[in-house]
Write a protein that binds this ligand. Structure first.
Ligand code: FE2
Length: 437
């Protein structure tokens, strides 16, 4: 196969449609999904010893569990002798995992149950090479030969610690239930949409924004509006590491004031929580003169997207893009709220997320239609003559836009204009390096 460098000309902002083809897809399952740290779930899904969930790493089915010795572990969800699926359910409780084909049983630490004669090396249960957690977020890597989770997250941890996980005020609490739905389109298009495409929002989601502007449904009104504060994008790992993108990085007292106003309509406890949440950032970052209020949307390379995080009035959605062939993607979506928020505010948070970014929300179907239209067309031979265009902001490549008074080495990442395709270019640049390695 040709090198991906022949298909991706990042310096010109051009990406050939060939990168969404079946041939490339087969290779990226190994080169990208076989080497990257992939999100497996949240520890809130594994409360008791023996609790498990099933998910995928690329197309590889895996089991994620809390073993009976209280360790988060992951195994391939296929037996090593015939690739038979071991656990067919999305979630459950198991103290022994039995292969249905040959009845070999393993305990949750991966050892054959006593009394079975299994030759060493012929165990049915194959562990995922590495499993690590970051603030209750569980990640796995199928390769021993790639950077650690923390190295891969890089400067993204600053945004996760201060603006997502917020463990100094109790952290995030998982709302029971998982959404699973299918989106048309190659997984890369969905991931880079969250990593760097704030530009599409006002156009693709114009009808939702019009409803917000009319005040018909104030519970959707998550931002003080245009011309208020600063709304920026941030690239971490830019050209130096694993690329992660953060969108709608909100700076300005107006974002806090807007949240506070909305929380007051719920009650004084909700308003107090909005203050607690803001104060927690000040406690974490006392010496930073200018600091973001939060970020709203992000993608951690390759396939963990985050939404709803820019306001105290919305739950956090974690969306995982599982590839299902070159033109289809399965989505697993978790919903999390601030554990310390009062119940009335938690209810508002869940309402706002599920009515916006979810299978039946007002945002996701708009994107669904775009991806449906383009997925059909990227299949054709003719379409592959016309590269996708990611030229926006090309002249400012690698330039941080913070004014001098905002510059501070303790605030990491490359801070960019809100509308640019720089993060997407870096996404493809890094993807290309994995493919051509
Ligand atoms: Fe969208």
């Amino acid at each position: 196969m040709q090198r991906m460098a022949d298909y991706i000309s990042v310096d010109d902002g051009l990406v050939d449609c060939e990168v969404y083809s079946a041939a490339v897809y087969e290779r990226e399952l190994e080169s990208v999904f076989g080497r990257s740290w992939l999100f497996l779930g949240h520890e809130g899904q594994l409360v008791r010893r023996g609790d498990y969930v099933t998910t995928w790493m690329g197309e590889t089915p895996v089991i994620v569990l809390r073993s009976m010795d209280d360790v988060v572990r992951a195994y391939l969800n296929t037996c090593a002798t015939r690739q038979v699926t071991l656990l067919p359910y999305d979630a459950g409780h198991a103290e022994v995992i039995v292969c249905p084909a040959h009845r070999l049983g393993h305990d949750t630490t991966g050892s054959p149950v006593s009394g079975q004669a299994v030759e060493p090396g012929h165990e049915c249960l194959v562990p995922v090479a590495r499993v690590e957690t970051y603030g209750k977020l569980i990640f796995g890597c199928l390769s021993d030969d790639s950077p650690t989770l923390r190295e891969s997250l890089g400067d993204a941890t600053w945004y996760l610690d201060n603006y997502l996980l917020r463990e100094n005020i109790g952290g995030l609490q998982l709302v029971p239930g998982v959404q699973r739905y299918t989106m048309p389109g190659n997984w890369k298009l969905l991931a880079e949409n969250f990593a760097g495409d704030d530009y599409h929002v006002a156009i693709t989601h114009a009808s939702v924004l019009a409803v917000r502007a009319q005040g018909i449904e104030p519970r959707l009104n998550n931002s003080p509006g245009k011309g208020v504060g600063a709304n920026l994008s941030v690239a971490t790992g830019f050209q130096t590491g694993v690329p992660h993108g953060f969108l709608e990085v909100r700076i300005g007292e107006e974002f806090f004031e807007h949240d506070l106003m909305r929380a007051q309509s719920i009650g004084p406890e909700a308003a107090e929580w909005v203050r607690t949440r803001r104060d927690a950032v000040d406690q974490n970052l006392p010496d930073l003169a200018v600091k973001p209020y939060s970020f709203h949307v992000a993608n951690l390379f390759p396939t963990l997207s985050i939404i709803g995080n820019g306001t105290s009035m919305e739950a956090v959605g974690l969306l995982v893009w599982h590839p299902r062939g070159p033109h289809q993607t399965s989505v697993t979506q978790l919903c999390l709220v601030d554990a310390g928020a009062p119940p009335a505010l938690q209810r508002q948070m869940v309402w706002a997320l599920t009515h916006q970014q979810s299978a039946a929300g007002v945002f996701a179907p708009d994107d669904h239609e775009n991806f449906e239209r383009l997925a059909e067309n990227t299949r054709t031979f003719e379409a592959r003559r016309v590269p996708f265009n990611y030229e926006m902001g090309l002249s400012g490549e690698g330039v941080d836009v913070r004014p001098p008074e905002w510059q501070d080495p303790r605030w990491p990442g490359l801070v960019l204009p809100r509308f640019t395709e720089m993060i997407q270019r870096d996404f493809y640049r890094y993807w290309r390096s994995l493919m051509d390695r």
